[in-house]
Each structure stands twice: as C-alpha cells, then as structure tokens.
Design a protein around this ligand. Structure first.
Ligand SMILES: CC(C)(COP(=O)(O)OP(=O)(O)OC[C@H]1O[C@@H](n2cnc3c(N)ncnc32)[C@H](O)[C@@H]1OP(=O)(O)O)[C@@H](O)C(=O)NCCC(=O)NCCS
Length: 165
C-alpha cells in the first residue's frame, strides 16, 4: 500500500514522541482492564529518557512521526525483557508491531547477548497473545503487575538470532 514505515534505534530527540505515543496507544489496554494506572500510562518522560539512554529502544517512523515503539533490556538471568510494544491505532494491523519486535530481538541477541526473550501481556489481551504466539513465544507463567492486572508471561529462545549475529 506504499506506506513507507522505517524501523530504527530511538534517539533522545524521540523521547517526547514516544511518551505521547504510548499514552495514546495504551488507552485501549487501560479500558480493557478498567485500570488507568497501568505502567505505560504512568511512566514519566524522564523515565522514557533514561530507557532510551540505557536500554534497547526502537521506533517505527512514518516521515518525521514516531508511529510505533518497543523497549528491551537484558536482565540478570541472561534473558531480555521486552515491553511497551505499541503502534499508533491508525496504523495497526500492517505488520509494524511484528517488525518492531523483530528489530528489538535482533539487537538484544546480537549486540547484547540475550539468550532468551521474555515479555508479558494482560491475561485478556487476546490479540497481543496471538501476535506473540505467531512469532514463536510460549506461555511460561503468570505474574501480577504492580497495577494489579494479572499478566501472562511468554518466552522464546534467542537461538536463531544468536547464531547469525
Ligand atoms: C499490540 C500492537 C503493538 C500490535 O501492533 P500492530 O502493528 O497492529 O501488529 P501487527 O500488524 O504486526 O499484527 C496485528 C494483526 O495484524 C495482522 N497483520 C499483520 N500484517 C498485516 C498485513 N500486512 N495485512 C493485514 N493484516 C496484517 C496480524 O496478522 C495481526 O492479526 P491478529 O490480531 O489476528 O493476530 C498494537 O495493537 C498496540 O499498540 N496495541 C495497544 C498497546 C498494547 O497492548 N501493546 C502490547 C503490550 S503487551
């Protein structure tokens, strides 16, 4: 459809756009759980800036506009925790979410040596679960978010990325 969306590492200039985009995108999740205190809605702009400086943060751009984002970081057990994947509501369903996820996985395995990828989503977020399962994630457990929303934890081995990086 001629829509040229590019994926690249976020820079500090992207912080405000990421901050506003996630606030917009996670309204649907907040409504689904009747909880407007979920992590992506209460995160501060400074905290977004810190993540860009230290973590693996990718953005999808359409022209100058940030239309999608994802973050990841390697944790103590060697697994990379991936989170806050979101795409502008007007551009969802075109594969941008899957592309962002792939970019984060490749960087986390290649540059940062992640052996596994871990992510979580609210237990009622069916389309998120479908997306994650389609790209190879399997449920490994459940967790309770600080906001009280029951979460499903999913993991996938980094295998393919680790050997080609
Ligand atoms: C979750 C989210 C990031 C997915 O982003 P996205 O860009 O819509 O993701 P994709 O396009 O890769 O996949 C979404 C659907 O579009 C479909 N799709 C992908 N490419 C497509 C294409 N070219 N043509 C038609 N459909 C396509 C996928 O099959 C998928 O279908 P499904 O819902 O039946 O599984 C987005 O919906 C979002 O921001 N949600 C709100 C925030 C959120 O919940 N984030 C996840 C937190 S865990």
């Amino acid at each position: 459809m001629g829509m040229s969306v590019t994926i690249s590492a976020a820079t500090e200039q992207d912080a405000e756009q990421i901050f506003r985009l996630q606030y917009l995108c996670f309204q649907s999740e907040a409504a689904l759980y009747g909880n407007y205190r979920i992590d992506p809605l209460v995160q501060t702009l400074d905290s977004v800036r810190e993540e860009i400086a230290g973590d693996c943060v990718y953005v999808a751009r359409l022209g100058d506009e940030v239309v999608g984002t994802v973050r990841g970081r390697v944790t103590e057990d060697g697994a990379a925790s991936i989170g806050k994947l979101c795409v502008h509501p007007r551009l969802q369903g075109h594969g941008i979410g899957a592309r962002l996820l792939r970019a984060a996985e490749a960087a986390l395995a290649g540059e940062r040596g992640a052996k596994r990828f871990r992510l979580h989503t609210g237990h009622r977020s069916e389309s998120n679960l479908r997306l994650y399962r389609r790209v190879g994630y399997e449920t490994v457990g459940t967790a309770q978010g600080a906001d009280g929303v029951p979460m499903i934890v999913l993991e996938k081995a980094a295998g393919a990325y680790a050997t080609t990086a």
